[in-house]
Design a protein around this ligand. Sequence first.
Ligand code: ATP
Ligand code: MG
Length: 769
Amino acid sequence: MPARPTPYLDGLNPDQRAAVETIDGPVLVLAGAGTGKTRALTARIAHLLNTGRAQPNEILAVTFTNKAAREMKDRIGQLVGGRIEGMPWLGTFHSICVKLLRRHAELVDLKANFTILDTDDQIRLLKQLIRAEDIDDKRWPARMLAGLIDRWKNRAWTPDKVPASEAGAYNNRGTEFYEQYQERLRILNAVDFGDLLLHVVRIFQENPDVLEKYQRWFRYILVDEYQDTNIAQYLWLRLLAGGHKNICCVGDDDQSIYGWRGAEVGNILRFEKDFPGATVVRLEQNYRSTPHILAAASGVIAANEDRLGKTLWTDAAEGEKVRLIGHWDGEEEARWIGGEIEAYQRGTRGLAPYPLDDMAILVRASFQMRAFEDRFLTIGMPYRVIGGPRFYERMEIRDAMAYFRVVVSPDDGLAFERIVNVPKRGIGDKAQAAINQVARLNGVSLLEASRILLAEDGLRGKAAGELRALIDSFDRWSALLQQGELNHVELAEVILDESGYTEFWKNDKSTEAPGRLENLKELVKALDEFENLQGFLEHVSLVMENEQEEGTPKVSIMTLHGAKGLEFPVVFLPGWEDGLFPSQRSMDENGLKGLEEERRLAYVGITRAERHCTISFAANRRVYNQWQSSLPSRFIDELPPQHVEVLTPPGLYGGGFGAAAPAAEAIPGIMRGSDLEERATRADVYNSPGWKRMQTRAQQPRGMAQPREARNMVIDAEAVSAFEIGERVFHQKFGYGAVVGIEGDKLTVDFEKAGTKKVVASYLSAEDS
Ligand code: ATP
Ligand code: MG
C-alpha cells in the first residue's frame, strides 16, 4: 500500500514529532507559550486518522473553548484533506459531558431532556431554598452558597463526600443546603455546569459496564490546556483513560489561570504518578513571538516562585521592544489605543499595514471594555467583543428563552417562574407562593403544581383564569413541538406572539423598547441556524463567546482569560495598574497565590503577541462609577528594562497639562538601564516628582475622595494591612467580629460567636464589602 502523504508532519521539530508519533501509552507535553503544543495536538489527531489508528468518532479531544474546538476541527480537516466526516467528540469538557449525560440520564435519576442552569438560575434556586428556611440572605447571600457548591463540585465532592473540615461553611449549613439543592435540581430535571461532569463521573463509577464501553470506544484521548483542568475533570479523564491509557495532555504550568475556578495545576504532577512510564515531552522553541516579547514575558513570570521552570528560545527576527505608556485616565488610554490601531492599519513607523483582524485588546476586567467600545463606536472602528456582555444575557432574550425552555422541558421550574407573570397577567406573588407550596408539598414541578392547584380549586379570580390560559398555551405549544408541523423558528414566533411577550414590548414606551424588539427578532433569526429548539437552548447555555459575524475585519476586545491559546500580531494590554492588574480581589482572597496567578495572567497576555505588544496604564480610573487614582502595576517593574521602550504619554505630560516631564521620571525602574540590581524601588517611583505631580493632579480636578481601595494598596512589596483596629470584619468560618490586634498579615479578631481568634488577613473581608 503506498504511504499516505503526511503534510501534518511538515515543519514539526523533533520534539513535536515525538509528541505526535508516540501514539500508544500516556504522553504529557509540558511546554511554554507558543511552542506549538496545540499544533502538535492537532497534528496528532491528523496522524491517528491518517494511519487508520482511529475513526473520527473514536477520538476524544478536549479543548478549553467551543471556539478552539471549531478551529481545531477546521485545521484537522485541512490536514487530512477533508476526509473526516466530523469529530463528534471534539469539544469542551462541558459539551462532551452534555452528550454523555443525555444518553445515560436515567442512571442518575434524570430525564434525557434535562435543562442546564446558568449561574443566574442557580442563584435564584438557592435563594428560594435559603428563604424557605427563614435565613437572612443579605447576611448569607445565595451567591456565597453558589460559590461554595461550585467549589465542592470542582473537587468532585458530592454532598456525602464533602469532608468534615468544610462543616463550618455557610454558617454550618453548607452541606445541608447542597443536599437540598441537588434534590431540587433532580425534581426540576435540571443540572448546573458542575453537575455535567459530576453526574458523568458518577455514572462511570457506578456502572462499570457503561465505563468499559466508553473506555473501548474512545481509543485515544487528547487534552489541550491541561493545566486548567480541575479535580472533577481529572477524575473523569482518569476513568476514561483507565483501560488503554492512550492519553495525551498538553499544558503549561505558567499559564494556569483558572485556580479561582478550581483548576489544579497539581494535575500535571499527578499525571506522571497516575500514568507511570508516561512519555514527557518538552518543547522549547517558541514560534510565535519576537525575542523582545518573549524576554519581557519571561522576565515577568520569573518573579513567580511556584513554577516548574523551563527554557524558551526563538529564532525570530528581533523586532520592536515591548512598548510602555502611561495615560491620564481610561478614556485617554482608549483614545490613544484607537489612534494606534488606525496607525497600524495604515502602516506606521515604516511597518507594513496590519488588518484589524490581526489586532487585539486584552483586558483584565470586562468593565474595561466599555471605554474601548465607546471610543470605537465614536470613530467607527469595527470591533468584536469576545466573551463580553452577551446578547443572550439580555433581559428580553432571557425571558423569551424561558418560554422556549418550558415548552421543551415542562419541568423547568426556574424558567416557568421567570415568565409566569411576564408580561404581567395577574398571577402575582400570592398566586406564585401558592404554586410553590403545592410544588414543595408534592415534590413536583411548578407547571405540574399549577395543574393540581387549579384542579383543587386552590386559586380564585383573575389569577386562576390567567394561569389556566397560560397552562393551556404551554400544552398547545408543546403539542405543536411534538407534532412538528411548524418548524422551530415558526413555533418560536407563535410562542412570542401568543404569550403576549412581543406585544408587551410593542406597547412599552421606554427608549429601550425598540432595541429589545430588534433583539427578539435577532433571536428568532439565530434560531434558524439550529436544527431544533433543544439544540439551540443547549448551544446558548454552552456559548462561551459572542457569535462573530463573518465578513468585515474587526479589532478583538476580550479578557486576558478569554485570550488563552490565541495569538495576534498586534496586542494591546491596557490597565496595568495595581489593584486592577494584579487584581486587588484576587490578592485579598488568595494572598501570594492570588498574586502569582495574576502574574501568570500577565505572562499569558504578553505571550499572545506575535510582533507588537503595547502595555499601558492610567493614573485615574473610574471603577464602577467611582474615580480612583492608581499606581502602575508592579508587573511593570518586573519587565526587563532592556526589552522595553517607554513612550511619552501625550496628555499626561504634554498637551493637556503643560509641563513636559519625561516619562522616565515616572518610571525610573524601567529607564535606569539594564542592571536589574540597580533598579529603583517602587517607593522611588512614587516619590519621584513626576509621579507625585501626576497623583496630585489626579485628585484635584475631580475632587474625589480617596476610595477605600487605596488603603489596600501594597507598596514596595510591604503589605500595609487592609484592616484597622476596631474594624468590623467577616470570616467565612467564624462569621462576624471586630479586629482587636494586627501583626503583619495576622489579625486578632473578636468574633461574635466563635470568640477571640487569630486569623490570616486574606481570609477576612470587611463587613460592608
Ligand atoms: P499556547 O501555550 O499559547 O497555547 P501553544 O504551545 O499551543 O501556545 P501553538 O499555538 O500551537 O502554541 O503554536 C504557536 C504558533 O507557532 C502558531 O502560529 C503555530 O502555527 C506556530 N508553530 C508551531 N509549531 C511550529 C513549527 N514547528 N514550525 C513553524 N511554526 C510553528
Ligand atoms: Mg495552545
